[in-house]
Design a protein around this ligand. Structure first.
Ligand code: BG6
Length: 489
């Protein structure tokens, strides 16, 4: 990966600087990077929006955001340094001629122009045209964009086509914030730096794999967006499929972006399509009804603010995914994700195969399989469940399930675990595309998701209700029970 010595200072231009994404995430992560001395001294941050008029207004908003969302105390010295980097321009993003103002606050001779599109995708085309019109782009310039990159394959092709008129693919950085999470990256280390896993990572030893991304939050005042999107597009198309590609990919030849992207695409291409013929046995959709979370009553999906009381949008999805390649033949991947579940929990559980013969029948009639549990959040870490002899001088050997437990916060006390955004924004400024999504990956993921979406529509598959504060509808338990398996609880 690119190291600090090749890291040029940047003009980081945030379009939508006063919006939610910028205030809640970008300002906070940029301040944290500055605090950790990871921003080049000459890097500048230029906020663009159509509301405020002066830089002092932007600085005030940045200060308020930090007070609200930073969670740590603001360091006055760092704040002085950070606020001195801030600049602001009022631009109506739909007016191409207004972008020429950017030339007065950026310097493409000494700094790399990094354009962060923190606005709704319908404005991406305008920004690209405006930037083109401004004449400030060079081959070094970059653009960073986030999901939703379309709501299906065609709309994602349209966005990518517009962007491609102005930026080459190597200048485009598509963010999935899960790829900045420490444990997702650690999958690479775990799989490709440890021979016990490298040699056992296939259908010979693995029975099946579960991925759970449980959320306690509901739709948080975003009914309009979420109702048109649903959990399949909001979470599976991106975050869960990304986790899946990291679990399932073949060893890349090195850590270069191209090598990793190529392996991920191969996994996406090998996903067995879910169509109208198998959608009922492979998928479960759910929608939460009123319930209790941490002792508090919470409304159902259809009673959320601004809800359409007839909506059939899913807030929960469970899927059985098959990967049609040599390594994973016969090994199902079960994915589930939902809003208003019992807890915020993101984890991968790898179930190894049971042994063919049991010589410890006194302890266990059936020897339970070993499990590797990778916790992504809230407590990042890795656990391995193994069987051990209970110490003692009994006539028979008695076994007990025990855990080899590696908690990241305990094991790496000295290294600060940053959030996903810090890592990704820094890599975009460094110009390292490894942790970003290629166009082909996004389009391949949409192809697979569109087929499920179509199948649901044409089979009239309706979401099953589940009470908020549970782990989803009963049908999700049945999805695994049909295969004689159960979700890790
Ligand atoms: C976002 C989704 O991409 O990820 C949200 O749009 C979801 O609906 C969020 O709540 C979850 O992210 P995290 O990092 O809290 O797991």
């Amino acid at each position: 990966m690119t190291n600090k010595t090749t890291f040029k200072p940047c003009d980081l231009v945030i379009y939508g600087a006063l919006g939610d994404l910028s205030r809640r995430k970008l300002i906070i992560c940029l301040y944290r990077l500055d605090n950790a001395n990871l921003l080049e001294p000459d890097t500048r941050i230029i906020g663009i929006d159509r509301h405020a008029h002066e830089v002092k207004h932007f600085i005030e908003i940045a200060h308020k955001s930090l007070q609200e969302f930073l969670h740590d105390a603001l360091d006055e010295t760092v704040w002085q340094r950070f606020s001195a980097r801030l600049n602001y321009l009022k631009i109506d993003l739909t007016q191409a001629e207004e972008y020429v103002q950017l030339a007065s606050v950026t310097d493409n001779q000494t700094r790399v122009l990094v354009n962060y599109f923190a606005v709704a995708p319908f404005l991406f085309k305008n920004i690209c045209q405006g930037l083109h019109h401004s004449g400030i782009l060079t081959d070094e310039s970059r653009m960073v964009m986030e999901k939703p990159i379309g709501h299906n394959l065609q709309s994602s092709i349209d966005i990518n086509d517009e962007v491609a008129k102005v930026f080459n693919e190597n200048q485009v950085f598509r963010i999935d914030h899960y790829l900045g999470k420490e444990t997702v990256l650690n999958l690479l280390a775990l799989r490709f730096a440890n021979s016990i896993f490298t040699t056992n990572w296939n259908h010979n030893t693995i029975d099946h794999i579960q991925v759970t991304v449980g959320e306690e939050v509901g739709i948080e005042g975003r009914f309009d967006y979420f109702d048109k999107t649903g959990q399949l597009r909001d979470m599976v198309q991106n975050h869960l499929l990304q986790i899946l590609t990291f679990i399932a990919m073949e060893p890349p030849v090195n850590l270069e972006a191209e090598s990793i992207h190529n392996e991920k695409i191969k996994v996406l291409k090998a996903l067995r399509p879910i169509t109208i013929n198998n959608v009922d046995e492979k998928t479960v959709r759910g929608q939460y009804t009123a319930g209790y979370l941490r002792g508090q009553a919470v409304p159902g999906y259809l009673e959320e603010d601004g809800a359409d009381s007839h909506s059939t949008t899913e807030s929960f999805v469970a899927l059985r995914v098959d990967i049609d390649n040599w390594r994973w033949a016969g090994v199902p991947f079960y994915l589930r994700t939902g809003k208003r579940l019992q807890g915020k929990r993101t984890e991968i559980v790898v179930y190894f195969k049971q042994l063919p013969h049991n010589i410890f029948k006194d302890s266990f009639r059936d020897l339970p399989p070993n499990k590797l549990i990778i916790h992504l959040q809230p407590n990042e870490g890795v656990e391995i469940e193994i069987l051990n002899k209970i110490p003692g001088i009994d006539e028979h050997i008695k076994l007990k399930k025990t855990k080899l437990d590696l908690s990241f916060s305990e094991a790496f006390k000295q290294s600060r675990i940053f959030g996903g955004y810090e890592k990704l924004v820094l890599e975009a400024m460094r110009g390292n595309p490894t942790l970003f999504l290629s166009r082909q990956e996004i389009e391949q993921a949409w192809t697979w998701i569109d087929s499920i979406q179509d199948a649901w529509q044409h089979s009239n598959n309706q979401p099953s209700p589940y009470s908020a504060g549970t782990w989803g509808p009963v049908a999700s338990v049945a999805l695994l029970a049909r295969d004689n398996r159960a979700w890790e609880e």
